[in-house]
Design a protein around this ligand. Structure first.
Ligand code: GDP
Length: 281
């Protein structure tokens, strides 16, 4: 699940993106609803210049719905088509085809004026690792017909999934690199588990999550783990260890284990719906 980026990966990803982008009309960009900005690729706007754009706020089920709606408004305000989805359960998937049509309306209109009728819109899914690209493609393709096979002018091996008579989707998503340079962003990416927990040790990472929860969702951890209000983040991990009977050598509190439990509960949505960043006003 974790993916470590090296310069070689980035060069390859960029090259593939530049190659694929020539074939498509619409970029379907998946972001994580819990961190819609931090989970974007830093160069996507430049790479996708001139293409129709659709942003999917995926894993919407894990984020606060009120803030999901704020993010949708934020992206629409910036000129993107945007919609929230839950690819795992299929929430929002049904309406995607009409959203795709809508996102490409200008292009379809242009085609029509030139006398090009019924040329299907070609789309491609992109996003950083673990945002749910494969899950989304499967959810969408599950309802669609079989692959259309290779076509002239398409690099050998590229497969198009025909969603309906007017939309075709490239079957493999474009995997793009996240923003590395910003510490805050790195922390949020580590919270949701989309980059290796290497920037921080598990306990440090969990301690940062405890601090965030204390500020933005006070009382949630105390209730979830039936613990008293802790003095600081490490005390909180110790309380969780106590409450969950995480012990080493029979008696010592295993805060490392407690940290792993906390991160796992957060990532699995078991702390409730939590959004890590909100649109700036
Ligand atoms: P990819 O690396 O972008 O292709 O991501 P995957 O499709 O492999 O998904 C990564 C993980 O996120 C998997 O465990 C999926 O089950 C999970 N996932 C994908 N979409 C959703 C969603 O909308 N909600 C939730 N809760 N989990 C999701």
């Amino acid at each position: 699940m974790h993916f470590q980026w090296y310069p070689g990966h980035m060069t390859k990803a960029r090259r593939m993106m530049q190659e694929n982008i020539k074939l498509i009309d619409l970029i379907i960009e998946l972001v994580d609803a819990r961190i819609p900005l931090s989970s974007r690729n830093p160069d996507i706007d430049e790479l996708g210049k001139g293409k129709a754009r659709l942003i999917l706020l995926n894993k919407a089920d894990l984020a606060e719905d009120r803030i999901n709606d704020e993010w949708i408004a934020y992206f629409k305000d910036k000129g993107y088509s945007a919609v929230k989805v839950n690819s795992k359960k299929g929430g929002g998937i049904k309406s995607i085809q009409s959203v795709i049509q809508e996102a490409c309306r200008e292009k379809t209109e242009r085609d029509r004026k030139r006398g090009i009728l019924n040329r299907p819109v070609r789309a491609m899914v992109v996003g950083i690792p673990n945002v749910g690209k494969s899950t989304f493609i499967n959810a969408l393709a599950g309802k669609a017909c079989a692959k259309t096979g290779n076509k002239p002018g398409v690099t050998k091996g590229k497969q198009w999934i025909r969603l309906n008579k007017s939309v075709e989707l490239l079957d493999t998503p474009g995997i793009l690199w996240p923003k590395f340079e910003d510490q805050e962003v790195g922390l949020k990416l580590a919270f949701i588990g989309s980059i290796k927990d290497e920037i921080l040790q598990t306990e440090e990472l969990a301690a940062e999550l405890v601090k965030f929860m204390g500020n933005s969702y006070p009382g949630v951890l105390e209730e979830k783990y039936a613990i008293p209000e802790p003095g600081d983040a490490y005390e909180c991990l110790a309380e969780i260890a106590k409450s969950r009977h995480c012990l080493v050598r029979g008696s010592e509190l295993d805060t490392e284990k407690a940290a792993a439990i906390l991160l796992d509960d957060f990532r699995g949505g078991r702390l409730g719906r939590i959004t890590l960043e909100t649109p700036e006003k």
